[in-house]
Design a protein around this ligand. Structure first.
Ligand code: SF4
Length: 340
C-alpha cells in the first residue's frame, strides 16, 4: 500500500509543510540541548501556550544546566508550581545534577533515555533535534496521527498497539532530517490532526491517510475503556495566626508520601491528618491523572500540627512552591475574616 511504501515522499511532504506552515520561532527552537531538554520536559502533558512563560522564568533563574544543578529543590519547585505533574520538576533537577557531573549532555537517544524523567519519545526528540539521530517521536499526538493514517482498529491504549505504532513511526521517520520530521509530526498533531476537529483538507499527508480516505478520521484512534479513576478523601488542617499584622499559614513540606498518594511531593501543602477535630471550612475536588482527590479542610490549632510544620506569611504564598489548587484555596480562605 502507498502509505507503507513511500515513506520518503511522506517525510518530504511533512517537512516542507513544517517549514512553511508549522510552528516557528518558539524560544526553544535551537540546537542548544539545555533549552531543548527543558522545553521537552515542560511540554509533556502541557500546552505550548502555558509552557512559554515557565520556560522564560526558568531560563532567567537558571541560565545554564550548571545553575539548575546548583539550585535548591525549593527554588526549582517554586518556579514549577502551577505547571503540575511535579515529578517532572524533581526529575529535571536530578537530571541537571547528573549532566553537570558528567560535564556534557548525552549525545545519543540511548544515553538520554537513561536519565530520570526522559522516556523513549522525549529521548528520540532530543537525539534527533540536537544530534540528528534517526529516532522517531511517538508521543500522544503522534500516536493519534498514525492511528488515523493507518486506520488502526486495535485500541491505542494497549501495549501491543503502542509497540506497533512505535515500529511504524521508526519506519516513517526521515533518514535525512529526522529533527524536522519529528517537529512536523508534532505540529501536525497539534495544529491539523487534532483530537476533535481534524482539518484533513489542509493536511500535507492526506493522500497517505486511510482514515481520511474512508471519511471517518474521528473514529480513530480506537480506545479500550479506561479503568475508572481512583478517588481519595484527604483531611487537611488549616491553622492561621496573625503575626506582624498579617496572616501566617502553617504548612508542611511534602517530602514523604503516603502509600498510593504520590502527589505534590517536594511542595508546601497543608498538613494532613486521618482524624480531624476542627470544623470543616472548605472542601475542594482536584482531578489528577491517577486519582480524584477530595480535600476537606478543617480549622486547627498549632498544638494539632505535626512537628515539622512551619508558618509562612500570606504575602509569601504567591511565590511559594505550593500546588495551584492549594494556592487558590488559601487566597480565597485568607479573605475570610471568620477564620482568624
Ligand atoms: S488527513 Fe486528516 S486524519 Fe489524516 S493525518 Fe491528516 S489531518 Fe489527520
Amino acid at each position: 500500500m502507498k502509505f507503507f511504501m513511500n515513506s520518503e515522499e511522506f517525510a518530504r511532504r511533512l517537512c516542507s509543510w513544517q517549514r512553511e506552515k508549522g510552528r516557528q520561532n518558539l524560544p526553544w527552537f535551537t540546537s542548544d540541548p539545555y533549552r531543548r531538554w527543558l522545553s521537552e520536559i515542560m511540554l509533556q502533558q502541557t500546552q505550548v501556550s502555558v509552557v512559554r512563560d515557565y520556560f522564560a522564568r526558568f531560563l532567567q533563574a537558571f541560565p545554564t544546566v550548571d545553575d539548575l544543578a546548583e539550585a535548591s529543590e525549593e527554588d526549582v519547585m517554586r518556579l514549577w508550581a502551577g505547571l503540575g505533574y511535579y515529578s517532572r520538576a524533581r526529575n529535571l533537577h536530578k537530571t541537571a545534577k547528573e549532566i553537570a557531573a558528567a560535564g556534557r549532555f548525552p549525545q545519543t537517544r540511548a544515553a538520554w533515555e537513561k536519565l530520570p524523567g526522559v522516556g523513549s519519545s522525549t529521548a528520540a526528540a532530543l537525539a534527533s533535534f540536537c544530534n540528528g539521530e534517526v529516532a522517531a517521536v511517538c508521543d500522544g499526538n503522534v500516536k493519534r496521527v498514525l492511528a488515523r493514517i493507518f486506520a488502526l482498529s486495535a485500541p491505542i491504549n494497549q501495549s501491543k498497539t503502542a509497540k506497533l505504532l512505535q515500529q511504524r513511526a521508526e519506519a516513517l521517520v526521515s533518514r535525512t532530517d529526522p529533527g524536522c520530521y519529528n517537529q512536523a509530526m508534532m505540529d501536525l498533531g497539534a495544529m491539523l490532526c487534532t483530537r476533535t476537529t481534524p482539518k484533513c483538507e489542509q493536511c500535507p499527508v492526506g493522500e497517505f491517510c486511510k482514515a481520511s480516505r474512508q471519511g471517518n478520521p474521528l473514529d480513530y484512534p480506537v480506545k479500550a475503556p479506561a479503568k475508572p479513576r481512583r478517588t481519595a478523601l484527604v483531611h487537611a488542617l488549616l491553622c492561621v495566626e496573625i503575626k506582624e499584622e498579617e496572616p501566617w499559614v502553617w504548612l508542611v513540606l511534602r517530602d514523604e508520601v503516603q502509600k498510593g498518594m504520590g502527589h505534590w511531593k517536594g511542595l508546601w501543602t497543608l498538613p494532613e491528618t486521618a482524624h480531624p477535630r476542627g470544623v470543616e471550612v472548605a472542601r475542594i475536588e482536584h482531578v489528577m491523572s491517577h486519582v480524584t482527590l477530595t480535600l476537606a479542610v478543617h480549622r486547627a490549632e498549632v498544638s494539632e500540627l505535626p512537628p515539622k510544620a512551619f508558618a509562612v506569611p500570606a504575602s509569601r504564598l504567591t511565590d511559594g512552591p505550593l500546588p495551584a489548587p492549594i494556592k487558590k484555596l488559601l487566597s480565597t480562605l485568607l479573605f475570610d475574616a471568620q477564620l482568624f
